[in-house]
Design a protein around this ligand. Structure first.
Ligand SMILES: NC(=O)N[C@H]1NC(=O)NC1=O
Ligand SMILES: [Zn+2]
Ligand SMILES: [Zn+2]
Length: 449
C-alpha cells in the first residue's frame, strides 16, 4: 500500500470546473493521487479530516506591496506572508515599489529575493518595474525570473519609483513585447488627477468626497484607452490592475474583442467598500483609484458574474498608522493604499458566494486558476490535479466570524474590514505540502497567532 506524506480525506474538492468529493494524497510537495467518490487506499504520516469542508487550489495574490527591503517598518515579508497564509493565499507576486530600492534592476531584484528566501512562509514571485530610467534593465530582469513588469501612468506616491511618460510606455512596451513578457499597468491619467487635485486643494476642499472627485472614473478610462492603443501598436501583452468600475472594464472587454492580449484585475475593496466607508473610517479606506459608490459596486459584481473580470487581487499596500491618518480633514495627504492581503477570500465568500450566489468555482477561477494561467504557472498552480504543486486552501462554509484587530497578522493591525462579519472561514493553508496556517495559528517556522 502506498505511503504518502499527507492525505486529506473526504473534502469537497473545488476547481474552476467542478466540485467533487474525495481524498488527496501528497508527497514531496506535490499532489500524487486524487480519489473521487471512494476512499483512497493508502496511508500517510499525517491525515487531515476534511469532512464538510471545501478544498481549493491555493489562492494566488498577484498584487501585494510588502515594502521589504527598505521599508520593512511598513509591513515586511514575514508579517505580510503570514497574513496571506491566514487568508488562504499560497503564492503572491510582490510589486516592485514601496520597497527601497525598488525592483528596477537585477541588483535590486537580488536584494528582494534574498529577503524573501529568508522570511516568506508562502510561495512568491516578483514584478519588475518599468520606469523612465530602466528600459535598459528590462531584458535582464526578465532573464532573472520576474513574472512581468509594472508601470504607473500617474505618480506612484513613492519618490524612487517614477511614473511613465508616453515615450517610456511606447519604448518599454516594445521591449517587453520583444522578450515575450507582460506589462501590468496602474491606469489613471496624470493630467486629469493632478489638475483636479490642484483645483480642489486651491479652494481648500479636502474632504473624502473632494479626494474621490479628484480621481474620477473618466481618468481611468482615458488612461486605459491610451495604454490599449500602445498595446495595439507594440503587441505588448497587458494586465490592467485595480479597475474600480465596470465602465473601465468595458473598455477592456471591447479591446479583447478586437484581439488585444489584455486582462483586468479588480480588488475586494472595490467590490465591498464605498465612499461612505472612506468618510466613516478615514485613511484606512483610502486608495487610488478611490472607492466609488454603491451602484458602481453592484455593476462591478455584474462584471464579475459575467466573466468580464479576469483576476481579483488584494493590492495590499499598507503604511504605518501615522501615515494613514486623516489630519484636519485633509484626505489628500494620507497614504493611499488598503491593507487587504488577509481578507480577499473572506470578502469573495461573504459578498460573492453568500450574498450574491457567485459559484465557488468562479471564485477559484478568479483567485487561483486565472492568475496561474495568465502568468504562466498553470497547471502546477491554480489547479488540483495529479502532479500539481500541493498548494491548497481549506475552508469551512459553516463558520462565520467578526474580524477583530487581533486576528490580523499585519505589522500594523489596521484594515477597513475590522468589525465586519464574514461568512465562511479559512481553516487550513497548505504550501508545498506543508501546513502553514491551521485553526487560527501560523504553524511554521514556529506556532504563533
Ligand atoms: N504606491 C502604491 O502602493 N500605490 C497603491 N496604493 C493604492 O491605493 N493604489 C496604488 O496603486
Ligand atoms: Zn496601483
Ligand atoms: Zn498596487
Amino acid at each position: 500500500m502506498a505511503m504518502y506524506d499527507l492525505i486529506i480525506r473526504n473534502g469537497n474538492i473545488v476547481t474552476a470546473d467542478s466540485i467533487v468529493q474525495g481524498d488527496i494524497a501528497i508527497s514531496d510537495g506535490k499532489i500524487k493521487e486524487i480519489s473521487v467518490g471512494k476512499t483512497l487506499e493508502a496511508t500517510a504520516n499525517k491525515e487531515i479530516k476534511a469532512d464538510g469542508k471545501h478544498i481549493l487550489p491555493g489562492i494566488i495574490d498577484t498584487h501585494v506591496h510588502f515594502n521589504e527591503p527598505g521599508r520593512t517598518e511598513w509591513e515586511g515579508i514575514e508579517t505580510g506572508s503570514r497574513s496571506l497564509a491566514a487568508g488562504g493565499v499560497t503564492t503572491y507576486f510582490d510589486m516592485p515599489l514601496n520597497s527601497t530600492p525598488p525592483t528596477i534592476n537585477k541588483e535590486n531584484l537580488e536584494l528582494k529575493r534574498a529577503a524573501s528566501e529568508e522570511k516568506a512562509v508562502v510561495n512568491y514571485r516578483f514584478w519588475g518595474g518599468l520606469v523612465p530610467e530602466n528600459i535598459k534593465d528590462i531584458k535582464e530582469l526578465h532573464e532573472n525570473g520576474v513574472i512581468g513588469f509594472k508601470a504607473f501612468m500617474s505618480p506612484s506616491g513613492i519618490t524612487d519609483f517614477n511614473h511613465v511618460d508616453d515615450i517610456t510606455i511606447f519604448k518599454g512596451m516594445s521591449e517587453i513585447a520583444s522578450i515575450g513578457s507582460l506589462l501590468a499597468v496602474h491606469a489613471e491619467s496624470t493630467v486629469i488627477c493632478d489638475q483636479l487635485a490642484e483645483e480642489k486643494q486651491s479652494q481648500n476642499k479636502r474632504s473624502a468626497k473632494d479626494f474621490v472627485e479628484s480621481r474620477p472614473i473618466i481618468s481611468e478610462i482615458e488612461a486605459v484607452r491610451r495604454i490599449i492603443s500602445y498595446a495595439e501598436a507594440t503587441g505588448c501583452r497587458i494586465h490592467i490592475v485595480h479597475a474600480s468600475s465596470r465602465k473601465v472594464v468595458k473598455e477592456i472587454s471591447e479591446a479583447k474583442l478586437r484581439g488585444v492580449d489584455i486582462t483586468v484585475e479588480t480588488c475586494p475593496h472595490y467590490l465591498s467598500l464605498t465612499i461612505k466607508d472612506l468618510e466613516e473610517k478615514g485613511g484606512v479606506a483610502k486608495c487610488c483609484p478611490p472607492l466609488r459608490d454603491k451602484n458602481e459596486i453592484e455593476d462591478l459584481w455584474l462584471a464579475v458574474a459575467k466573466g468580464e473580470i479576469d483576476v481579483i487581487a488584494s493590492d495590499h499596500s499598507p503604511a504605518p498608522p501615522s501615515m494613514k491618518e486623516v489630519v484636519n480633514g485633509d484626505y489628500f495627504k494620507a497614504w493611499g493604499g488598503i491593507s487587504g492581503a488577509q481578507s480577499t477570500l473572506n470578502v469573495m465568500l461573504t459578498e460573492g458566494y453568500f450574498n450574491r450566489s457567485l459559484p465557488l468555482e468562479k471564485i477559484v477561477e478568479l483567485l487561483a486558476t486565472n492568475p496561474a494561467k495568465r502568468f504562466g504557472l498553470y497547471p502546477h498552480k491554480g489547479s488540483i490535479l495529479v502532479d500539481s504543486d500541493a498548494d491548497l486552501t481549506l475552508i469551512d462554509l459553516n463558520e462565520s466570524f467578526v474580524l477583530e484587530e487581533k486576528d490580523l497578522f499585519y505589522r500594523h493591525k489596521q484594515s477597513p474590514y475590522v468589525g465586519r462579519t464574514f461568512k465562511g472561514m479559512v481553516t487550513t493553508t497548505i504550501v508545498n505540502g506543508n501546513l502553514v496556517f491551521d485553526n487560527g495559528y501560523i504553524t511554521t517556522p514556529e506556532k504563533i497567532r
